[in-house]
Design a binder for this molecule. Structure first.
Ligand code: SF4
Length: 62
């Protein structure tokens, strides 16, 4: 699975980071740091949780 984060939608609330700090890395002020990354098979469920936690719907899983 691949995760894409739309930086134009990210509002820097760090909700995804609160779900998983390794997958959803953020900068010093709470904005998503990685625009695109691979999700290891064993972390797909937590990635779905992270995507669902984003109020801006900025995280797409493919
Ligand atoms: S939850 Fe969404 S809006 Fe908040 S930091 Fe993560 S990607 Fe950005």
């Amino acid at each position: 699975m691949k995760a894409l984060i739309d930086m134009t939608k990210c509002s820097g609330n760090a909700r995804c980071y609160q779900i998983d700090q390794e997958l959803f890395q953020i900068d010093d002020i709470g904005y998503a740091l990685r625009e695109e990354f691979e999700v290891p098979a064993e972390q797909e469920e937590i990635a779905r949780e992270g995507a669902a936690s984003c109020p801006e719907r900025a995280i797409t899983l493919l």
